[in-house]
Design a protein around this ligand. Structure first.
Ligand code: TYM
Length: 326
């Protein structure tokens, strides 16, 4: 049985990019693995958060985890700041990483672009993520393509520590899906769909009303040549919609392209609206029931306790290998 770990930041409404790239893997993996799913609130404060909103978003993500089918009887679900080992291990890893490797992270470069100075937490973000993963002796990390660099640096740091001290960490592997690993923004298909983009029509949230889903898809940027064809470089908008269609329906891109060979963008988009609405409808319904139940906080408390038991064991091993404490 393999150990699986992944996390989502509670920074806004979870969108179909998060779902198709990462979250739907979480559900599938819990059948045959020991899965740990975290709400990474410490990562979210690398940029300023309103405290009230943050609390709300933490519970929203927890409820969404359960609404998509994560079963707390099979998987551990908890909030990162409830287990102190994350911050503790993060410091130890900080002392075993280099400013040079952190400076190469594209996420840091993007977020600090044009600024004279950036929050230190943004810079050390990948180290905290490495701590999340290594704290649980993780084998597999299901994530979207945008996290590839972060998984790489986690592996590098873990190997460095293993070489310098006694074998301390399990070396994890990222798990990336063939379809859905990088869903692009609907209004600018050259950048990825994001929770924080200003235009709400750039994304579809898992909790969006049917009318909003319809509006966002029908106005999604395409092109003027009118041909439905998968060509991300020259036709990023249409290609992105094809990816979403394929990821939700399970049909191959080739089959979808053949099916719409004689159709215009309008017909294709209308069908995609239906497919998307149908896919998120049960999630929305489950979410509303779970979010209001008392059970949610009990599940998070229980999850934190179980996570902490594993984390404490790892921290004891790490401290022993480093000669920390007495
Ligand atoms: P976050 O909260 O930005 O995103 C959660 C997950 O969604 C994936 N994702 C996407 N997949 C496809 N298309 C997109 N447009 C898209 N946008 C986001 C992300 O790859 C991610 O898997 N650093 C992580 C959180 C984290 C973490 C961890 C993940 C912290 N510690 C340890 C795994 C293991 C992040 O920012 O996710």
């Amino acid at each position: 049985m393999k150990r699986v770990f992944s996390g989502v930041q509670p920074t806004g409404n979870i969108h179909i990019g998060n779902y198709l790239g990462a979250l739907r893997q979480f559900v599938e993996l819990q059948e045959e693995n020991e899965c740990i799913y975290c709400i990474v609130d410490l990562h979210s404060i690398t940029v300023p958060q309103d405290p009230k909103e943050l609390r709300k978003h933490i519970l929203d993500v927890a409820a969404l985890y359960l609404a998509i089918g994560i079963d707390p009887k099979k998987s551990i679900v908890f909030v990162q700041s409830d287990v102190s080992g994350h911050a503790e291990l993060s410091w130890i890893l900080t002392c075993n990483s280099y400013t040079g490797e952190l400076s190469r992270m594209t996420q840091f470069k993007d977020k600090s672009k044009g600024k004279e100075s950036a929050p230190t937490g943004l810079f050390t973000y990948p180290i905290l993520m490495a701590a999340d993963i290594l704290l649980y002796d993780t084998d597999i990390v299901p994530v979207g393509n945008d996290q590839k660099q972060h998984i790489e640096i986690c592996r590098d740091i873990a190997m460095r520590v293993n070489n310098k001290y006694k074998d301390t960490f399990v070396i994890p592997d990222g798990r990336f899906l063939k379809s859905g690993a990088r869903i692009m923004s609907l209004d600018d298909p050259t950048s990825k769909m994001s929770k924080s983009a200003e235009n709400i029509h750039s994304r579809i949230s898992l909790l969006d009303e049917d009318s909003k889903i319809k509006k966002s898809i029908m106005r999604a940027t395409t092109d003027s040549d009118g041909e439905i064809r998968f060509d991300p470089e020259n036709k990023p908008g249409v290609s992105n919609l094809l990816s979403i269609y394929s990821a939700f329906s399970g049909e191959s891109i080739d089959d979808i392209v053949a099916k719409y060979a004689d159709c215009g963008y309008g017909d294709f988009k209308k069908d995609l609206v239906g497919i998307t609405q149908e896919a998120v409808a049960p999630i929305k319904q489950n979410f509303n029931e779970i979010r209001e139940s008392d059970e949610l906080k009990a599940i998070l408390r229980d999850g934190a306790e179980k996570a902490n038991t594993i984390a404490e064991k790892t921290m004891k091993r790490v401290k022993d290998h480093f000669g920390l404490g007495f």
